[in-house]
Design a protein around this ligand. Sequence first.
Ligand SMILES: *[C@@H]1O[C@H](CO)[C@@H](O)[C@H](O)[C@H]1NC(C)=O
Ligand SMILES: *[C@@H]1O[C@H](CO)[C@@H](O)[C@H](O)[C@H]1NC(C)=O
Ligand SMILES: *[C@@H]1O[C@H](CO)[C@@H](O)[C@H](O)[C@H]1NC(C)=O
Length: 451
Amino acid sequence: MVMPMPMVMQSRGRAPPCTRTHQIGALAIAAVVFIFARSLDRPATCVYSPSRPAPALFDHAGTLRWPERGYGSALSLKIYVYDEHEIDGLSALLRGRDGRISAESCIKGQWGSQVKIHQLILKSKFRTLKKEEADLFFVPSYVKCVRMNGGLNDKEINQTYVKVLSQMPYFRLSGGRDHVFVFPSGAGAHLFRSWATFLNRSIILTPEGDRTDKRDTSAFNTWKDIIVPGNVDDGMTTFYGSSVVQPIPLSKRKYLANFLGRAQGKVGRLQLVELAQQYPNKLESPELKLTGPDKLGRTEYFNHLRNAKFCLAPRGESSWTLRFYEAFFVECVPVILSDQVELPFQNVIDYTQISIKWPSTRIGPQLLDYLQSIPDEVIHEMIAHGRLVRCLFVYASETEPCSAMVGIMWELQRKVRRFHQSAETFWLHNGSIVNRDLVEFHDWRTPVPLP
Ligand SMILES: *[C@@H]1O[C@H](CO)[C@@H](O)[C@H](O)[C@H]1NC(C)=O
Ligand SMILES: *[C@@H]1O[C@H](CO)[C@@H](O)[C@H](O)[C@H]1NC(C)=O
Ligand SMILES: *[C@@H]1O[C@H](CO)[C@@H](O)[C@H](O)[C@H]1NC(C)=O
């Protein structure tokens, strides 16, 4: 499907158009023609006229230039970040209807990635202040945190998003294709009730690749969206001896495996709790108080987590769980018990080297027997491999040699398209982009009509 493209590019242009015969012929032999393009004696009428710069599709030898695996050889991105003062409603998505919810209170915990990604992109060298030159547009929102703190209800979230989008002509221009949103919880983009109407072409960053238990459709699309790591507590991700807890030697670990978390009435989790009661010396699954006054402190929690060779990560309300990421920092081997899970940076990380995925339908003594059969040397090796890649799960700047942000930037770069258009975008012979009323793009007035 890649090959016909140069022919399409060549057959347009200001020179007299190619005849239909030329075009059909061109398509039929597209794949072959591509290789012999330079030696073929094509009719002069098909030669691209140079009055607008020719697209940089070919290298000196006439070979089609296609970015290396779609990523390019170096990061080179221009991201525009919308400012809350520029768009009416954006501040409500960031700080609630009364503006009372602070970014500091939203940066902590499981969903802090929505704040961290925003703050890191603001500081990024890939940020641009010019919309005209942007490859991508970042729409900040801390809506998961805002909703949890009563700052907006579901109806308000939906209405506010629609209001915000209608003030973005560039969103309309591309149909949202170059606009980036972060949805950091299991609900994914479902937090915005009408996401499917408005955001189903946009790039969504989310740790959740699966529907939640309460929805029958997934808001994650494996082709356009990007799975990001969960936000592991900063105290755990600090390396070089300063982290809250240090891993303990394998031989000193008390348990074969553990599952630390609430059962939440989920089948797999209940089975683990039961299994732990049957095999208390192998599997630790205590009743942990993760909320309320007797809440387990984070150091205590990490101290538990590091005391097993394997950390079990069953699905909860949705398929991703923070436990999976935490395992790499206390250095236990994560065992995924969540069949639908989607993991971040799958193009660079081979998860078979650093984790185990076991069918959630086979939670029982067989799982423990299997884990017990794995020699310590193999466990050591998996942990050592995990140590190498875990920097990709840390929300640090893209100026670090390795961080979640570097990974996200590469994945974003892969999504950059040369051209964007929506069903309500049209273009003319001279490069003018117009709407259905033939109004030129720079004259589009907000609110712009949305689907
Ligand atoms: C979301 O808001 C838009 C605009 O106000 C409205 O048309 C739409 O019906 C709302 N969606 C839901 C699910 O309420
Ligand atoms: C995206 O939204 C449009 C408009 O509502 C709809 O027609 C289309 O089917 C949706 N596509 C997907 C993949 O959900
Ligand atoms: C392109 O052509 C249209 C229609 O002739 C015209 O209205 C528009 O001003 C032109 N745009 C430019 C950039 O010349």
